[in-house]
Design a protein. Sequence first.
Length: 257
Amino acid sequence: MARIEFEARKDVVSLFNGLLRRQIADRHTTVEHLVAHEGTIIRLSRNYTTQEIALQCGQILRECIKHERLAKILMTAHESGPDHRQNEEIWNYFTYIETSTFDIASDAFSTFKLLLTLHKAQAAEFLQSNYDRFFEEYTKLLMSSNYVWKRQSLKLLGEILLDRINYNVMSVYIQSTENLKLMMTLLRDRSAHIQFEAFHVFKVFVANPHKEQGVRDILYRNKDRLVSYLEDFHNDRKDDEQFADEKRFIITQIKEL
């Protein structure tokens, strides 16, 4: 695609996506071909490192990901890296997001988010099977010096943890004292938007009726400061009744520790 003129690349995207949607006797023949030749999907994804065509490949990828069998390729097809770990393509997205130009990184994040949220059962299985490695990498996004990636990754984390299908992942995440301390730090971020997104993760720690002792101890030691801070937390959101109710509940839970 890099050899094609810019305007013609748009036509390639439209043509490719049209073929993906095309059915012959209830069969998605293009999808079947791509499943049989999974290297095509991998190469499309790795074009996030090729600035001239990254955005066009991203458009095609997201259309591919709508088909669960194609999304699965990015999460399961692997090769052994220098550390002898199996490197499914999805791991490269942490690099695409952190090291690319803003427009390419934004596009890569959109694709990454779709992989983790569209086919929920498949994504939940991936997260459970790769919990330690995934959250080791994901925490780096949450601690990023880039405001956009910090906010977007925090918002996505909230969506993942609060989705019922990810109950097992959520249960492990909220037993970690390190994760709790990170959310308490983000609650005091300079950005009001990041504070707000952090609250929606923090509340899960507090609402958990089966807290690990370490988590309970941290909340107890910081009880007075947390209550004082939360009582004045985003009081400008007067029309957000759900947030107000959740905040009252969380304050009550902390007071009762």
